[in-house]
Write a protein that binds this ligand. Structure first.
Ligand code: SF4
Length: 409
Protein backbone atom coordinates (compact mmCIF):
# COMPACT_ATOMS: atom_id res chain seq x y z
CA UNK A 1 0.00 0.00 0.00
CA UNK A 2 1.46 3.31 -1.08
CA UNK A 3 -0.16 6.50 0.17
CA UNK A 4 0.00 9.58 -2.06
CA UNK A 5 1.30 12.49 0.02
CA UNK A 6 1.02 15.16 -2.65
CA UNK A 7 -0.44 15.65 -6.12
CA UNK A 8 1.25 18.39 -8.10
CA UNK A 9 -1.38 20.88 -9.37
CA UNK A 10 -1.74 20.91 -13.16
CA UNK A 11 0.04 17.55 -13.54
CA UNK A 12 -1.32 14.54 -15.41
CA UNK A 13 -2.01 12.84 -12.05
CA UNK A 14 -4.07 15.83 -10.96
CA UNK A 15 -6.04 15.80 -14.26
CA UNK A 16 -6.81 12.11 -13.66
CA UNK A 17 -8.38 13.04 -10.32
CA UNK A 18 -5.84 11.66 -7.88
CA UNK A 19 -5.87 13.31 -4.48
CA UNK A 20 -3.61 13.42 -1.45
CA UNK A 21 -4.40 10.42 0.79
CA UNK A 22 -5.38 8.07 -2.05
CA UNK A 23 -3.62 4.73 -1.86
CA UNK A 24 -2.09 2.72 -4.69
CA UNK A 25 -2.82 -0.91 -3.83
CA UNK A 26 -1.35 -2.67 -6.83
CA UNK A 27 0.15 -2.12 -10.25
CA UNK A 28 -0.57 -4.75 -12.90
CA UNK A 29 -1.73 -7.10 -10.16
CA UNK A 30 1.48 -6.76 -8.12
CA UNK A 31 1.22 -5.44 -4.59
CA UNK A 32 2.82 -2.01 -4.10
CA UNK A 33 4.70 -1.98 -0.78
CA UNK A 34 6.42 1.36 -1.05
CA UNK A 35 7.78 3.91 -3.50
CA UNK A 36 10.50 1.52 -4.70
CA UNK A 37 7.83 -0.86 -6.04
CA UNK A 38 6.19 2.17 -7.69
CA UNK A 39 9.53 2.80 -9.45
CA UNK A 40 10.32 -0.80 -10.43
CA UNK A 41 6.82 -1.74 -11.55
CA UNK A 42 6.86 0.86 -14.30
CA UNK A 43 5.61 -0.54 -17.58
CA UNK A 44 4.34 0.61 -20.97
CA UNK A 45 0.79 -0.32 -19.95
CA UNK A 46 -0.15 -0.16 -16.28
CA UNK A 47 -3.41 -0.95 -14.52
CA UNK A 48 -3.51 0.53 -11.03
CA UNK A 49 -5.80 -0.53 -8.23
CA UNK A 50 -6.61 2.53 -6.13
CA UNK A 51 -8.24 3.02 -2.75
CA UNK A 52 -10.10 6.32 -2.94
CA UNK A 53 -9.47 8.27 0.28
CA UNK A 54 -12.82 10.12 0.10
CA UNK A 55 -15.43 7.37 -0.29
CA UNK A 56 -13.15 4.37 0.51
CA UNK A 57 -14.07 2.74 -2.79
CA UNK A 58 -11.57 0.64 -4.72
CA UNK A 59 -11.31 1.20 -8.45
CA UNK A 60 -9.00 0.36 -11.34
CA UNK A 61 -7.48 2.84 -13.74
CA UNK A 62 -5.22 2.43 -16.75
CA UNK A 63 -2.16 4.65 -16.52
CA UNK A 64 0.51 5.88 -18.90
CA UNK A 65 3.02 7.71 -16.77
CA UNK A 66 5.99 9.83 -17.70
CA UNK A 67 8.73 11.21 -15.45
CA UNK A 68 6.60 14.20 -14.47
CA UNK A 69 3.44 12.26 -13.69
CA UNK A 70 2.85 14.41 -10.61
CA UNK A 71 2.55 12.10 -7.60
CA UNK A 72 4.69 12.42 -4.49
CA UNK A 73 5.25 9.82 -1.75
CA UNK A 74 7.10 9.72 1.52
CA UNK A 75 10.57 8.17 1.57
CA UNK A 76 10.59 4.62 2.94
CA UNK A 77 12.38 3.90 6.19
CA UNK A 78 15.62 2.36 4.95
CA UNK A 79 16.94 -0.72 6.73
CA UNK A 80 19.98 -0.26 8.92
CA UNK A 81 23.01 -2.49 8.89
CA UNK A 82 23.51 -4.60 12.01
CA UNK A 83 27.04 -5.72 11.17
CA UNK A 84 30.12 -4.55 12.92
CA UNK A 85 32.68 -4.86 10.13
CA UNK A 86 36.28 -4.54 11.28
CA UNK A 87 36.97 -2.26 8.30
CA UNK A 88 33.76 -0.21 8.30
CA UNK A 89 34.48 3.24 6.84
CA UNK A 90 31.53 4.80 8.67
CA UNK A 91 33.16 3.93 12.01
CA UNK A 92 36.27 5.78 10.86
CA UNK A 93 34.53 9.02 9.97
CA UNK A 94 35.67 12.12 11.84
CA UNK A 95 32.98 13.92 13.87
CA UNK A 96 30.81 16.73 12.57
CA UNK A 97 30.37 15.66 8.97
CA UNK A 98 27.16 15.64 6.95
CA UNK A 99 24.59 13.59 8.89
CA UNK A 100 24.00 11.12 6.06
CA UNK A 101 27.60 9.83 6.12
CA UNK A 102 27.00 8.26 9.54
CA UNK A 103 24.02 6.23 8.37
CA UNK A 104 24.86 2.55 7.88
CA UNK A 105 22.31 1.29 5.41
CA UNK A 106 21.74 -2.33 4.44
CA UNK A 107 18.75 -2.19 2.16
CA UNK A 108 18.17 -4.18 -1.00
CA UNK A 109 16.01 -1.36 -2.36
CA UNK A 110 18.86 1.14 -2.11
CA UNK A 111 21.22 -1.44 -3.52
CA UNK A 112 19.04 -1.75 -6.61
CA UNK A 113 18.29 1.96 -6.93
CA UNK A 114 21.69 3.47 -6.13
CA UNK A 115 24.24 0.64 -6.40
CA UNK A 116 25.06 0.63 -2.68
CA UNK A 117 26.46 -2.65 -1.41
CA UNK A 118 24.62 -4.99 0.93
CA UNK A 119 25.89 -8.04 2.82
CA UNK A 120 22.52 -9.92 3.06
CA UNK A 121 23.62 -10.88 6.58
CA UNK A 122 20.56 -9.59 8.40
CA UNK A 123 17.90 -9.72 5.74
CA UNK A 124 14.35 -10.28 6.95
CA UNK A 125 12.14 -13.02 5.52
CA UNK A 126 9.88 -10.38 3.98
CA UNK A 127 12.75 -8.54 2.31
CA UNK A 128 14.14 -11.80 0.97
CA UNK A 129 10.73 -12.65 -0.51
CA UNK A 130 10.69 -9.28 -2.24
CA UNK A 131 14.20 -9.88 -3.60
CA UNK A 132 13.46 -13.34 -4.98
CA UNK A 133 10.28 -12.01 -6.61
CA UNK A 134 12.76 -10.78 -9.22
CA UNK A 135 11.84 -7.09 -9.33
CA UNK A 136 15.15 -5.91 -7.94
CA UNK A 137 17.87 -6.97 -10.34
CA UNK A 138 20.76 -6.32 -10.43
CA UNK A 139 21.78 -6.07 -6.78
CA UNK A 140 25.20 -5.09 -5.40
CA UNK A 141 26.53 -7.55 -2.84
CA UNK A 142 29.54 -7.39 -0.51
CA UNK A 143 30.90 -10.92 -0.54
CA UNK A 144 34.37 -10.33 1.00
CA UNK A 145 34.82 -14.09 1.48
CA UNK A 146 32.89 -17.26 0.76
CA UNK A 147 34.51 -18.87 3.76
CA UNK A 148 31.88 -18.37 6.45
CA UNK A 149 34.48 -18.19 9.27
CA UNK A 150 36.44 -15.45 7.52
CA UNK A 151 33.27 -13.61 6.56
CA UNK A 152 31.98 -13.74 10.11
CA UNK A 153 35.25 -12.24 11.39
CA UNK A 154 35.21 -9.50 8.76
CA UNK A 155 31.57 -8.61 9.33
CA UNK A 156 31.80 -8.88 13.11
CA UNK A 157 28.50 -10.83 13.19
CA UNK A 158 27.43 -13.07 16.05
CA UNK A 159 26.42 -15.90 13.76
CA UNK A 160 27.77 -17.40 10.59
CA UNK A 161 25.69 -16.54 7.56
CA UNK A 162 26.05 -18.77 4.56
CA UNK A 163 26.26 -16.23 1.77
CA UNK A 164 26.87 -19.01 -0.76
CA UNK A 165 23.41 -20.40 -0.13
CA UNK A 166 21.88 -16.95 -0.71
CA UNK A 167 23.85 -16.43 -3.93
CA UNK A 168 22.73 -19.84 -5.23
CA UNK A 169 19.13 -18.85 -4.58
CA UNK A 170 19.61 -15.55 -6.40
CA UNK A 171 21.00 -17.42 -9.39
CA UNK A 172 18.13 -19.91 -9.33
CA UNK A 173 15.66 -17.01 -9.34
CA UNK A 174 17.43 -15.40 -12.30
CA UNK A 175 18.53 -12.36 -10.31
CA UNK A 176 21.74 -10.68 -11.44
CA UNK A 177 24.23 -9.19 -9.03
CA UNK A 178 27.55 -7.40 -8.92
CA UNK A 179 29.93 -8.20 -6.06
CA UNK A 180 32.73 -6.54 -4.18
CA UNK A 181 35.50 -7.93 -2.05
CA UNK A 182 37.23 -5.54 0.34
CA UNK A 183 40.70 -6.95 0.94
CA UNK A 184 41.80 -6.75 4.57
CA UNK A 185 45.37 -8.02 5.10
CA UNK A 186 45.52 -10.96 7.46
CA UNK A 187 41.86 -11.80 6.85
CA UNK A 188 41.15 -12.38 3.16
CA UNK A 189 44.22 -11.37 1.16
CA UNK A 190 45.83 -14.77 0.52
CA UNK A 191 44.42 -18.23 -0.19
CA UNK A 192 41.04 -17.05 1.06
CA UNK A 193 40.79 -14.58 -1.83
CA UNK A 194 41.84 -17.22 -4.36
CA UNK A 195 39.36 -19.76 -3.04
CA UNK A 196 36.56 -17.20 -2.95
CA UNK A 197 37.14 -16.07 -6.52
CA UNK A 198 37.41 -19.65 -7.78
CA UNK A 199 34.17 -20.59 -6.01
CA UNK A 200 32.44 -17.48 -7.40
CA UNK A 201 32.55 -19.06 -10.87
CA UNK A 202 29.52 -21.16 -9.94
CA UNK A 203 27.39 -17.99 -9.83
CA UNK A 204 28.20 -16.83 -13.37
CA UNK A 205 26.51 -15.51 -15.49
CA UNK A 206 24.21 -14.03 -12.80
CA UNK A 207 27.28 -12.75 -10.99
CA UNK A 208 28.02 -10.02 -13.53
CA UNK A 209 31.21 -8.51 -12.08
CA UNK A 210 33.46 -8.58 -9.01
CA UNK A 211 35.56 -5.67 -7.83
CA UNK A 212 38.48 -6.26 -5.50
CA UNK A 213 39.24 -3.21 -3.37
CA UNK A 214 41.93 -2.49 -0.77
CA UNK A 215 40.59 -1.66 2.69
CA UNK A 216 40.20 2.09 3.26
CA UNK A 217 41.71 3.34 6.52
CA UNK A 218 41.44 6.84 7.94
CA UNK A 219 43.34 8.43 10.84
CA UNK A 220 40.25 7.97 13.08
CA UNK A 221 40.68 4.34 14.15
CA UNK A 222 41.07 4.83 17.87
CA UNK A 223 39.40 1.95 19.78
CA UNK A 224 38.93 -0.03 16.57
CA UNK A 225 40.53 -3.34 15.59
CA UNK A 226 44.12 -2.92 14.43
CA UNK A 227 44.18 -3.33 10.66
CA UNK A 228 47.12 -3.05 8.31
CA UNK A 229 46.70 -1.33 4.96
CA UNK A 230 47.25 -3.23 1.72
CA UNK A 231 50.92 -2.59 0.88
CA UNK A 232 52.56 -2.44 -2.53
CA UNK A 233 53.76 -6.05 -2.48
CA UNK A 234 50.30 -7.37 -1.57
CA UNK A 235 48.60 -5.16 -4.16
CA UNK A 236 50.97 -6.40 -6.87
CA UNK A 237 50.36 -10.02 -5.91
CA UNK A 238 46.59 -9.52 -5.91
CA UNK A 239 46.63 -7.75 -9.29
CA UNK A 240 48.74 -10.53 -10.80
CA UNK A 241 46.27 -13.10 -9.58
CA UNK A 242 43.22 -11.11 -10.68
CA UNK A 243 44.68 -10.58 -14.14
CA UNK A 244 45.25 -14.31 -14.51
CA UNK A 245 41.78 -15.23 -13.24
CA UNK A 246 40.25 -12.49 -15.43
CA UNK A 247 41.99 -13.89 -18.49
CA UNK A 248 40.82 -17.42 -17.64
CA UNK A 249 37.31 -16.01 -17.38
CA UNK A 250 37.61 -14.37 -20.80
CA UNK A 251 38.55 -17.76 -22.28
CA UNK A 252 35.77 -19.61 -20.44
CA UNK A 253 32.94 -17.08 -20.34
CA UNK A 254 33.92 -14.41 -22.86
CA UNK A 255 34.16 -11.78 -20.09
CA UNK A 256 36.80 -10.75 -17.54
CA UNK A 257 34.23 -10.41 -14.69
CA UNK A 258 36.96 -9.78 -12.05
CA UNK A 259 38.50 -6.31 -11.73
CA UNK A 260 41.01 -4.74 -9.32
CA UNK A 261 39.93 -1.24 -8.27
CA UNK A 262 41.87 1.83 -9.41
CA UNK A 263 43.15 2.19 -5.84
CA UNK A 264 44.71 -1.29 -6.04
CA UNK A 265 46.68 -0.26 -9.14
CA UNK A 266 47.75 2.99 -7.46
CA UNK A 267 49.03 1.18 -4.35
CA UNK A 268 50.85 -1.35 -6.53
CA UNK A 269 52.39 1.51 -8.52
CA UNK A 270 51.23 -0.18 -11.73
CA UNK A 271 50.05 1.45 -14.93
CA UNK A 272 46.27 1.83 -15.13
CA UNK A 273 44.97 -0.45 -17.91
CA UNK A 274 43.39 0.91 -21.07
CA UNK A 275 39.64 1.11 -21.66
CA UNK A 276 39.30 -2.35 -23.21
CA UNK A 277 40.34 -3.97 -19.89
CA UNK A 278 37.16 -2.73 -18.18
CA UNK A 279 34.77 -4.06 -20.86
CA UNK A 280 31.48 -2.20 -20.24
CA UNK A 281 32.75 -0.58 -16.99
CA UNK A 282 30.36 -2.51 -14.73
CA UNK A 283 31.70 -0.97 -11.50
CA UNK A 284 32.67 2.56 -12.43
CA UNK A 285 30.75 3.99 -9.44
CA UNK A 286 32.78 1.76 -7.15
CA UNK A 287 36.13 3.24 -8.28
CA UNK A 288 36.86 0.60 -10.92
CA UNK A 289 38.03 2.06 -14.23
CA UNK A 290 37.41 5.72 -13.36
CA UNK A 291 40.95 6.78 -14.25
CA UNK A 292 41.00 4.78 -17.46
CA UNK A 293 37.64 6.23 -18.49
CA UNK A 294 38.83 9.76 -17.71
CA UNK A 295 42.08 9.41 -19.65
CA UNK A 296 40.34 7.96 -22.68
CA UNK A 297 39.35 11.25 -24.30
CA UNK A 298 41.62 13.45 -26.41
CA UNK A 299 43.78 15.83 -24.38
CA UNK A 300 42.69 19.45 -24.76
CA UNK A 301 45.10 22.13 -25.96
CA UNK A 302 45.27 25.94 -26.04
CA UNK A 303 45.40 28.51 -23.28
CA UNK A 304 43.19 28.61 -20.20
CA UNK A 305 44.15 30.43 -17.04
CA UNK A 306 42.78 28.44 -14.10
CA UNK A 307 43.70 26.42 -11.03
CA UNK A 308 42.40 22.84 -10.90
CA UNK A 309 42.30 21.15 -7.50
CA UNK A 310 41.99 17.43 -6.94
CA UNK A 311 42.94 14.65 -4.53
CA UNK A 312 46.55 13.45 -4.34
CA UNK A 313 45.88 10.14 -6.10
CA UNK A 314 44.39 11.78 -9.18
CA UNK A 315 46.86 14.67 -9.48
CA UNK A 316 49.30 12.98 -11.94
CA UNK A 317 46.43 11.96 -14.24
CA UNK A 318 44.81 15.39 -14.28
CA UNK A 319 48.22 16.99 -14.87
CA UNK A 320 48.82 14.67 -17.79
CA UNK A 321 45.35 15.34 -19.20
CA UNK A 322 45.83 19.13 -19.05
CA UNK A 323 49.51 19.07 -20.03
CA UNK A 324 48.88 20.83 -23.36
CA UNK A 325 46.76 23.62 -21.85
CA UNK A 326 48.87 26.72 -21.24
CA UNK A 327 47.97 28.46 -17.97
CA UNK A 328 46.19 25.45 -16.40
CA UNK A 329 47.75 24.70 -13.05
CA UNK A 330 46.90 21.40 -11.30
CA UNK A 331 47.46 20.99 -7.57
CA UNK A 332 46.37 18.40 -5.04
CA UNK A 333 44.87 19.15 -1.64
CA UNK A 334 46.07 17.18 1.37
CA UNK A 335 43.22 15.50 3.22
CA UNK A 336 43.83 16.47 6.83
CA UNK A 337 40.26 15.64 7.84
CA UNK A 338 40.51 11.91 7.08
CA UNK A 339 44.31 11.62 7.14
CA UNK A 340 47.00 11.20 4.51
CA UNK A 341 45.98 7.65 3.60
CA UNK A 342 42.76 9.06 2.14
CA UNK A 343 43.68 10.74 -1.11
CA UNK A 344 40.62 10.56 -3.34
CA UNK A 345 38.99 13.77 -4.57
CA UNK A 346 35.50 12.75 -3.41
CA UNK A 347 36.46 12.92 0.27
CA UNK A 348 38.00 16.40 0.23
CA UNK A 349 36.31 18.63 2.77
CA UNK A 350 35.49 22.33 2.68
CA UNK A 351 37.95 23.03 5.47
CA UNK A 352 40.85 21.30 3.71
CA UNK A 353 40.13 23.17 0.47
CA UNK A 354 39.68 26.50 2.25
CA UNK A 355 42.91 26.13 4.28
CA UNK A 356 44.78 25.21 1.11
CA UNK A 357 43.44 28.21 -0.81
CA UNK A 358 44.21 30.59 2.05
CA UNK A 359 47.81 29.40 1.90
CA UNK A 360 48.33 29.67 -1.85
CA UNK A 361 46.16 32.78 -2.47
CA UNK A 362 45.07 31.92 -6.04
CA UNK A 363 44.58 34.71 -8.55
CA UNK A 364 42.84 32.55 -11.15
CA UNK A 365 39.41 30.92 -11.11
CA UNK A 366 39.53 27.70 -9.10
CA UNK A 367 37.94 24.48 -10.39
CA UNK A 368 37.17 21.62 -8.03
CA UNK A 369 35.66 18.16 -8.66
CA UNK A 370 31.90 18.26 -8.15
CA UNK A 371 31.96 14.84 -6.41
CA UNK A 372 33.10 16.46 -3.15
CA UNK A 373 29.82 18.43 -2.99
CA UNK A 374 26.20 17.44 -2.53
CA UNK A 375 23.28 18.83 -4.55
CA UNK A 376 23.17 21.89 -2.27
CA UNK A 377 26.84 22.66 -2.97
CA UNK A 378 27.90 21.69 0.52
CA UNK A 379 31.05 19.76 1.35
CA UNK A 380 31.08 16.68 3.59
CA UNK A 381 31.86 18.91 6.59
CA UNK A 382 28.76 21.04 5.91
CA UNK A 383 30.78 24.01 4.66
CA UNK A 384 29.08 25.70 1.72
CA UNK A 385 31.01 26.38 -1.47
CA UNK A 386 29.56 29.90 -1.61
CA UNK A 387 30.89 30.65 1.89
CA UNK A 388 34.45 29.82 0.84
CA UNK A 389 34.06 32.03 -2.23
CA UNK A 390 32.80 34.92 -0.10
CA UNK A 391 35.43 34.48 2.59
CA UNK A 392 38.34 34.34 0.14
CA UNK A 393 36.78 36.63 -2.48
CA UNK A 394 37.50 34.20 -5.30
CA UNK A 395 35.46 32.29 -7.85
CA UNK A 396 35.28 28.50 -7.39
CA UNK A 397 33.51 26.28 -9.87
CA UNK A 398 32.55 22.64 -9.33
CA UNK A 399 32.94 20.54 -12.46
CA UNK A 400 32.63 16.99 -13.70
CA UNK A 401 34.42 15.48 -16.69
CA UNK A 402 31.80 16.65 -19.20
CA UNK A 403 32.00 20.26 -17.97
CA UNK A 404 35.80 20.04 -17.90
CA UNK A 405 35.92 18.99 -21.56
CA UNK A 406 33.49 21.77 -22.49
CA UNK A 407 35.90 24.38 -21.06
CA UNK A 408 38.24 23.70 -23.96
CA UNK A 409 35.84 23.06 -26.82
S1 SF4 B 1 28.07 -3.63 6.23
FE1 SF4 B 1 29.94 -3.34 7.38
S2 SF4 B 1 31.04 -1.81 6.20
FE2 SF4 B 1 28.91 -1.70 5.53
S3 SF4 B 1 27.96 -0.15 6.84
FE3 SF4 B 1 27.64 -2.13 7.83
S4 SF4 B 1 29.32 -2.31 9.28
FE4 SF4 B 1 29.90 -0.74 7.82
Amino acid sequence: MLRIVNVIPGSKASELGFEKGDIILSINGQLVNDVTDYIVLRDAREVWEILNSRDKSVYEIEIERDNNFGLEFSEPKWHRCTNNCVFCFVDQNPPELRKTVYFKDEDFRLSYLTGSYITLSNISKRSWERIVSGLFSPLYISIHSLNSNTRQKLLGCHEKIDIRDKLIQLKECGINFHAQIVVVPGYNDGDDLKETLEACAEFYPNLCSISVIPVGLTCHRKHLVDIKPVDQKTAKRIIMYLRKTGEDNIRRFGKRIIFPSDEMFLIAGEKIPGRHFYEDFPQLENGVGLISDFMNSKKPAGEFQALFLTGKSFEPYLKDYLSKVKGALVLSVRNKTFGDSVNVAGLLTGKDIMDFLIKIKPEKTVYIPDICLNDDYEFLDNIKLVDIEKKLNISIKAIDKVTLDRLFS
